[in-house]
Design a protein around this ligand. Structure first.
Ligand code: GUN
Length: 285
């Protein structure tokens, strides 16, 4: 039976580290840390995420600045706001909540955010820096996954790592981070042949394919570390991941649950990135 990786506990530890460092910065250097969160339109899921990000800012001692814009905001208006925030010294990190309404070009908005304030690490400059291993920010979800793997004590060096999913936000950067830690990395996707065989070779399996209970116990090597990035609904409408937890936990050595695994890590890593941004902008790192 697998050991459960407790994402709530690990994320609480990250937030505590950030809170302590934030308090110290304020006390010793008089520095405040600020995150601007921009939301356009009325997507209910985005509203929940933005509220959670604001709450996390309060919990770690950051200032948060929310900019809620109407659904019919033009791209030009949004770009104007991003430019104002780029110049606002109180704002160390800028997060534009995605998805944006379809009349706005997401790429143009991401490209407009100053790379030094891009705490999502979505800007091409930050993506490129991850590729060469010289980065300040990591995208929040893969960074959270790395922290969860570290919490197991399993050393990635020389391990067979399999990532299922090739998105720009999760799969691709995930593979780069595992590679940087000396893993032997295979990236799989919906067109991969013999996926079961590939997965059975994995010492570390990260699943981010977006299909409910896609990975089953018979695809998992005995004792593997299994990280489930999925957030899906099962046939009864119940929240579940991309991994069939019930069969997988019988084979895995360590496994993340859904909810309570990767999910809570994402916001914790966003807080960490914002603190890093503030320190860098103050010339402290
Ligand atoms: N929408 C869903 N996840 C994210 C995220 O990590 N960052 C942003 N900006 N938008 C999102």
């Amino acid at each position: 039976m697998a050991q459960i990786i407790d994402g709530k506990a690990v994320s609480a530890a990250v937030k505590e580290e950030v809170a302590q460092e934030t308090a110290k910065l304020k006390e010793e250097k008089g520095l405040k840390v600020g995150l601007a969160v921009v939301i356009v339109g009325n997507n209910p899921a985005s509203r929940v995420y933005v509220n959670n990000k604001k709450k996390a800012c309060e919990a770690v001692g950051f200032q948060s600045f929310e900019y809620a814009m109407d659904e019919d905001t033009t791209q030009e208006q949004l770009l104007d706001l991003v430019n104002v925030l780029n110049r606002d010294a109180r704002v160390n990190g800028i997060l534009v909540q995605l998805p944006l309404p379809s009349h706005i070009d997401e790429k143009a908005v991401i490209n407009a955010i100053s790379p030094e304030k891009d705490v999502d690490a979505f800007h091409p400059v930050n993506v490129g820096r991850i590729m060469i291993g010289d980065y300040a920010f990591l995208p929040c979800t893969p960074a959270g996954v790395m922290r969860l793997i570290a919490s197991t004590g399993v050393d990635i060096t020389g391990k067979q790592c399999v990532v299922i999913g090739r998105s720009n936000i999760v799969g691709k950067p995930m593979a780069m981070l595992l590679l940087q830690q000396n893993g032997t990395v295979t990236i799989c996707h919906s067109k991969t042949k013999d996926l079961k065989e590939v997965c059975l070779g994995a010492d570390i399996l990260v699943v981010a394919i977006g299909r409910a209970k896609f990975v089953t116990g018979d695809m998992i090597k005995e004792g593997a570390v299994v990280i489930d990035v999925g957030m899906d609904r099962d046939e009864n409408g119940k929240l579940c991941g991309d991994v069939d937890f019930e069969s997988a936990e019988k084979k895995a050595g360590y496994i993340t649950p859904v909810p309570g695994g990767v999910g809570p890590m994402t916001i914790a890593m966003l807080m960490k990135n914002t603190l890093t941004a503030a320190k860098q902008q103050a010339g402290l790192e």
